[in-house]
Ligand binder design. Structure first.
Ligand code: TYM
Length: 327
């Protein structure tokens, strides 16, 4: 079985973009692949986090993983910070990364733009992500489009390590969906939908109540036309909504276009809202059950133990190859 690894930050409320671009694929891959899915809490602290909020959000993302359908008896579900090898290999990867490579990262440029003070962790973040992936010799990494550049860096560093110290790491491939890899904001189709946006109307949170979802979609920006047509270049707003519709239903883009031909945006948006509600509401119901059941910490302990076996063996190998003394 090919190995899959991915992760999500516990910073802010996960959005429909996180679900469509990533989580939905985690769930799909778990039955055919050897899967590791983590909550990357060590990445979240690259920007200041309130301790109580970090804990709450970490529990919340874990519960959303399970509510969306990850089965902890099939996939390994764990917290990054509980497997200390991530931090250790992260340091070793930092030493193999060039400043120029990190300076080119668009996520760093976006997150640091206009700030007076930028934490060093935000800059070295990609080296830790490289370690996350290489520590498990992952073959496939399901992510949204915005993580492509980090995946390229991972591939480069795996190759660099292998050629300097001998064949060690698998070169991972990104797994990026054709539709839905980049869900855009509801108020501005030039920006990706993001949980860190200051305008809550710009994103749908996975835990938004059905009526909130309906309201947000009815207010979503479209254009002055009335054609429901997938044309990202000329109709970016409508095309984004069509992508969301296709991902939240079993309809193809062509079927959606045909269904609303000549009807304008009203009926389209109404049905779209119901498709999103039908996707998220069952997840929300399971989410509440899971939060109440108190099972999370048990799941995470079991995941930690399984992940640590892999991580420990891999890190030893890496350290040995680099010339560290293993006692
Ligand atoms: P994060 O937490 O920002 O996002 C989690 C996943 O959701 C995807 N995503 C989107 N997909 C489609 N449309 C959107 N608007 C959208 N917004 C987010 C992201 O691409 C991602 O797949 N650096 C990573 C976390 C990470 C990681 C890893 C991922 C750390 N180590 C190892 C994979 C493997 C991040 O910040 O994701």
């Amino acid at each position: 079985k090919l190995r899959v690894l991915s992760g999500m930050q516990p910073s802010g409320q996960p959005t429909l973009g996180n679900y469509i671009g990533a989580l939905k694929n985690y769930v799909k891959l778990q039955h055919t692949h050897d899967c590791y899915f983590m909550v990357v809490d060590m990445h979240a602290v690259t920007v200041p986090q309130d301790p109580a909020a970090l804990k709450e959000q970490t529990e919340s993302v874990t519960a959303l993983y399970l509510a969306a359908g990850l089965d902890p008896n099939v996939a390994t579900v764990f917290l990054q910070s509980t497997v200390h090898e991530h931090a250790e290999l992260g340091w070793l990867m930092t030493t193999l990364t060039n400043m120029g490579e990190l300076e080119r990262m668009t996520q760093f440029k976006d997150k640091s733009a206009g700030k007076d003070s930028v934490g060093a962790g935000l800059f070295t973040y990609p080296s830790l992500m490289v370690a996350d992936i290489l520590l498990y010799n992952a073959d496939l990494v399901p992510v949204g489009d915005d993580q492509k550049q980090h995946l390229e860096l991972t591939r480069d560093l795996a190759q660099r390590f292998n050629s300097r110290f001998g064949d060690t790491f698998t070169i991972p491939e990104p797994y990026i969906p054709k539709v839905g890899a980049r869900i855009m904001s509801l108020d501005d189709a030039s920006k990706k939908m993001s949980k860190s946006s200051s305008n809550a109307g710009s994103y749908i949170a996975m835990l938004d109540a059905p009526d909130v979802i309906r309201k947000k979609i009815s207010r979503a920006v479209t254009d002055s036309g009335r054609e429901v047509k997938f044309d990202p270049q000329h109709k970016p707003e409508v095309s984004n909504l069509i992508s969301i519709y296709a991902e939240c239903s079993d309809k193809s883009i062509a079927e959606i276009e045909a269904q609303y031909e000549g009807q304008g945006y009203g009926p389209f948006k109404k049905d779209l809202a119901e498709a999103v509600v039908a996707t998220l509401e069952p997840i929300q119901i399971r989410y509440n059950e899971i939060r109440q059941s108190g099972e999370l910490y048990e799941v995470l302990k079991q995941g930690k133990e399984r992940a640590a076996v892999q991580a420990d063996a891999m890190l030893k190998q890496v350290k040995e190859k680099m010339g560290f003394i293993i006692l």
